[in-house]
Ligand binder design. Structure first.
Ligand code: SF4
Length: 269
């Protein structure tokens, strides 16, 4: 039976499909529930604190202000079902919030926020590319000293290894494409701020790199359409299986993918 194709593609969906088509189907097509991970919830908390920091006037973007924003984000999180589902307590909770604070402190080693000229925060952009609608959220859009656009993306996970780098930079080009398509200007730079190291990786989008992005996303979209037409999403076992929320339904681990959808009455098709 043919499955409905997803309405949009985002950088994370492209990565998900390339990492494992079957996990993509479970998550994006079947929309099976995925338990929140401490890393993802911590990332949300830190993003929220930095978002609030950059809503302040430049002179007020100090470390104490950032820590106050993190404290406010933490208070909001206490009513957030995803945070509550982590059921943190005792040492785990102390370590979780200690890590979040460390990430916010390390942000200040990467840039001086009082010098940043932000013109957009948590910017939702959508644009058509051939037959597919692309969607992405830009953490921050700045103007540099020359009036050029700069896209900033905060990363709370590890810095990608050599093998992953192409995939992560695919995300960079994705943001650059969205900026150019929606705002009519290609950003001069896209910077990924890896807070855990801390390390910043800067890419300069070009006509050639965006041509590559268009070709790669077009190929992924064709593969998604083919997989949906034939309901043929193959597992791709690898290191990500250790964190996969769908192992119980995965044939590699003795599960039955066909039965997975029946387990979720609210699943859409
Ligand atoms: S367990 Fe591994 S192979 Fe199976 S769906 Fe998850 S990521 Fe894919």
């Amino acid at each position: 039976m043919a499955l409905a194709v997803p309405a949009t593609l985002s950088p994370s969906k492209v990565t998900s499909f390339k990492d494992c088509a079957l996990a993509f189907r479970f998550s994006v097509i079947d929309r099976l529930p995925e338990p929140p991970s401490p890393a993802a919830v911590k990332g949300t908390l830190v993003h929220r604190a930095l978002e609030q920091l950059h809503c302040l006037e430049p002179a007020g973007r100090t470390l104490p202000a950032a820590l106050a924003a993190l404290e406010a984000a933490r208070a909001e999180a206490l009513a957030d079902p995803e945070y509550l589902a982590l059921a943190l307590g005792g040492d785990a909770e102390v370590a979780f919030h200690g890590d979040a604070e460390q990430l916010v402190r390390r942000y200040f080693e990467l840039e001086d926020p009082t010098t940043v000229r932000s013109i957009g925060i948590e910017l939702r952009l959508e644009a058509q590319l051939g037959g597919v609608r692309l969607r992405g959220i830009i953490d921050r859009l700045d103007l540099d000293a020359d009036g050029e656009l700069v896209v900033t993306d905060y990363k709370t996970g590890r810095v990608p290894g050599i093998r992953d780098e192409q995939g992560r930079f695919g995300g960079v080009q994705f943001y650059a494409y969205l900026c150019e398509a929606v705002l009519g200007r290609r950003p001069a730079r896209v910077q990924l701020l890896y807070l855990s190291e801390p390390v910043s990786i800067v890419a300069t989008p070009s006509e050639q790199s965006l041509r590559g992005l268009r070709a790669r996303v077009g190929a992924v979209w064709q593969a998604v359409e083919r997989a949906c037409a034939h309901d043929d999403f193959r597992p791709h076992p690898g290191p990500l299986c250790d964190w996969c929320a769908f192992r119980a339904h995965c044939p590699v681990f003795g599960g039955d993918p066909a039965g997975a959808r029946a387990l979720v009455p609210a699943a859409v098709g």
